[in-house]
Design a protein around this ligand. Sequence first.
Ligand code: DGT
Ligand code: CA
Ligand code: CA
Ligand code: ZN
Length: 583
Amino acid sequence: MPREALTFDNDAIAKVLDEIGDLIELKGENVFRAVTYRAAARAIRDLREPLSKLVEEKRLKEIPKVGPSVAEAIEQLVATGVSKRHADLQAAVPPGLLTLLRVPGVGPATARMIYDHLRITTIEELEEAARDHRLQQLPKIQAKTEENILKSIAALRQRTGRSLLHEARASASEMVAYLKERTGLERIVVAGSLRRYRETIGDVDIVVASDAGPPIMAMFVAAPTVERVLAQGDTKSSVVVDRGLQVDLRVVPPESFGAALLYFTGSKEHNVRLRGIALRRKLLLNEYGLYRVGAEARGQEIASATEEDVYAALEMDWIPPELREDRGEIDAAREHRLPTLVDVADVKGDLHTHTSWTDGRDPLADMARRAKAKGYAYLAVTDHSPGLGMTNGLSAERIAARIAEAAKLNAELAPFRIIVGTEVDIRANGKLDYPDEILARFDVVSASVHSSFAQSREQMTARITGAMRHPFVTALSHPTGRLLEKREPYAVDLDAVIAAAIETGTWIEVNGGPERLDLPDTWIRKAVDRGATVVVDSDAHAMEELKWMELGIATARRGWATAASVANTRPLDAMLASRKRRP
Ligand code: DGT
Ligand code: CA
Ligand code: CA
Ligand code: ZN
């Protein structure tokens, strides 16, 4: 496939042009020249033809934003792989300075200025200077900027290159919809970690049932979201789509679809264990089916068409993908004691959402109508307490107004019910950010940590369990404080948190916000095993984000939670009655 190599060339050339733009600025040349190179890079990324072809046919001028100097660089890059302009700039700019640009918030002008004053050329040096508060002594750098640079560097270290679940889901759905439309086929299914709803996704795996691989592959690599083709074969192809996400496509014979789906859903550990069980019965399990082995059997097929068939042939119940992590699900399936997992259809309402009164986007009325349209019986709006200055927390007067507004809407939307709650900040000293007489006015109170993340494990555990012992606190929100690919969880003894939840009747949240998915799955399992009640919330800050409930429920399923363990599967009155008793 010549196309692979050539499209990669376009990408590589665009990257060099972008770098020329950065180097121009780092050198202190005219910013507008940098802008020209970057605009050309963007235009080249949108091209559908290889640049080498355009050079050969002398058609570079057809590309928008490509003037004579950019064209010269492209010609050199196509011919020799290097550009003179690029090399000259590299020689003129201190080596290493480019890497500083990897820190979000540090642009070329800032990097240059920092270099001029402090001779800093590495991210480590930059971090050290920020820690020592040497950056804020420089012109145009405030204490806040310095703090943000430290945060950005910490975030950079957190990145594993995996995608967040919701981003991978969006890209995968787009591809599946495109393939369904173009092929007219029905059985085009997402497998891999995405089907298991892992919290982050390495790559997207899609399985198609068809006997005609090549034409499907041709459509796949030509999909509008494809940025480059990594490999194209008759049964397996891989591409990179928006934001660098890899998508693998396998076309399998329709009669093998179940076995293939099982195989490519994984996890690898689950598959390994299944194959072991098969082997002990003298059966062979692979992506085509389950076969009898041995001379006399000659590969006689036992099962392959559906996943249920394959599991049944191994004498086990079908296992929901969320459980396929080799965490005991196989034994449970053999002994017919898999839990009936909580399902999105069980959810009666959402107990953690924000409105335009604090940091949400939409007004209460819109959030409530959308929740009602989703089929919910109730929605708690839990805007922030004032402690988080930046989120414009509700004052006592505004709370009264909010309660009145909710009552009015409730009359209109009945039997749907808006519950006025709050997400109250647990301050660094463990005190809640509202006095009791104000907390008493809210029907649900979610407590959460939003500051002083660096406290010791003892301090943080005492801070959190102390808040859980407060009689007005209904639930503990996002218990670990992690932000996926961005921020580590704070140090906290979750066993002690679960114990406090059980002792006090405080619910533990499974926050469905795609960056959080907090409590994490393995801890959910421990919590519900021990008898704690969880509450699954979207933490929506806009109407569309109510859909994050689905990710929260998937995470709860990965934690083996049943509806009985999830507070918001209960009808309104039962849910309210099951809250922690107040004095
Ligand atoms: P990811 O992509 O890192 O988020 O995780 P997965 O689970 O989607 O892993 P991936 O994409 O490498 O493979 C998808 C599934 O296909 C995996 O869960 C099990 C199966 N699989 C792929 N390659 C192999 C292999 O070489 N051996 C075994 N046993 N299974 C494999
Ligand atoms: Ca994958
Ligand atoms: Ca894969
Ligand atoms: Zn919140």
